[in-house]
Ligand binder design. Structure first.
Ligand SMILES: [Ca+2]
Ligand SMILES: [Ca+2]
Ligand SMILES: [Ca+2]
Length: 268
């Protein structure tokens, strides 16, 4: 009898161990591990001033980009294999007219299928930027999701606006410039590509008069998140997403404003 109990106990222990291993490896692949932080606790991104006219051509030829703080989008989820952890560098500048963004992405397989304005660009190789022109995680933010063929999806997010549901107002179509440069061939799974870059100029007027609440000036802080979608096969839909600020629970989506970080405008 004792032996049977021992065997059962051992079998249960093995099963618990296997479940723990599976849940650990599963969560390591599918979610971002870390202590949860709140806005203001993550490193603040210092936005340096652009000292010249920026040419939005998808290239970092302007000397000002050398002054921009460089951050890697190191927080990955939805990875199938570690090889899908492709490097992304994010930079941002500002001047009196607006914000300038630069995404620099390694990518061995350029993928973009959406051709419709305000379509599902997030299913492609895509750069995403969410911004709240105040230093808080309020329920609303502006969103920009541009695929590598420069198809735009821009919207206003109302986070958990009604009955816990989030709404995307895609009728928001602000004026801004964006240019992508691809190094490789798009939608050819057989060859090996090298990467892509994307440069943005988003005027402060795109945020309507909301930006007057915390006027962009040295010392002012706004909340934001930068995201890169990486698709590596023509039938790829949701795979490999990386973020600048950790979001911990990807099931709650990259749009959780409580997981945004802060940018601070600096005068240099
Ligand atoms: Ca440029
Ligand atoms: Ca839109
Ligand atoms: Ca890709």
């Amino acid at each position: 009898m004792k032996n049977i109990v021992k065997q059962i106990t051992a079998a249960v222990q093995v099963r618990i161990f296997l479940v723990m291993v599976m849940s650990f490896t599963g969560s390591a692949i599918y979610s971002q591990q870390n202590v949860q932080l709140v806005i203001g606790q993550q490193p603040v991104y210092k936005v340096a001033r652009a000292g010249e006219t920026m040419n939005i051509d998808g290239r970092m030829d302007e000397a000002s980009w050398k002054n921009a703080e460089v951050r890697s989008l190191d927080h990955f989820f939805r990875l199938d294999k570690p090889v899908e952890k492709q490097n992304t560098k994010f930079r941002m500048l500002w001047d009196n007219a607006g914000l300038y963004l630069f995404f620099e992405c390694e990518d061995t397989s350029l993928t973009a299928r959406e051709t419709n304005f305000d379509g599902r660009t997030y299913l492609d190789d895509c750069a995403e930027f969410f911004v709240v022109p105040v230093p808080d995680s309020i329920y609303m933010h502006f969103g920009f999701e541009i695929n590598i063929t420069e198809v735009r999806y821009d919207y206003i997010v109302l986070w958990r606006y009604y009955n816990n549901r989030t709404f995307f107002i895609s009728g928001y179509n602000p004026q801004y410039q964006v240019k992508a440069v691809c190094d490789g061939t798009i939608n050819n799974d057989k060859d090996r590509d090298r990467g892509w870059t994307m440069e943005f100029a988003i005027p402060f007027s795109a945020f309507s008069n909301i930006s007057s609440l915390t006027r962009p000036a040295p010392g002012a802080k706004w909340a934001f998140q930068a995201v890169r979608q990486d698709r590596n096969a023509v039938d790829d839909r949701f795979r490999s997403t990386s973020t600048l600020y950790p979001i911990y629970n990807y099931k709650l989506d990259v749009h959780q404003p409580s997981q945004f970080g802060l940018m601070e405008f600096v005068d240099k």
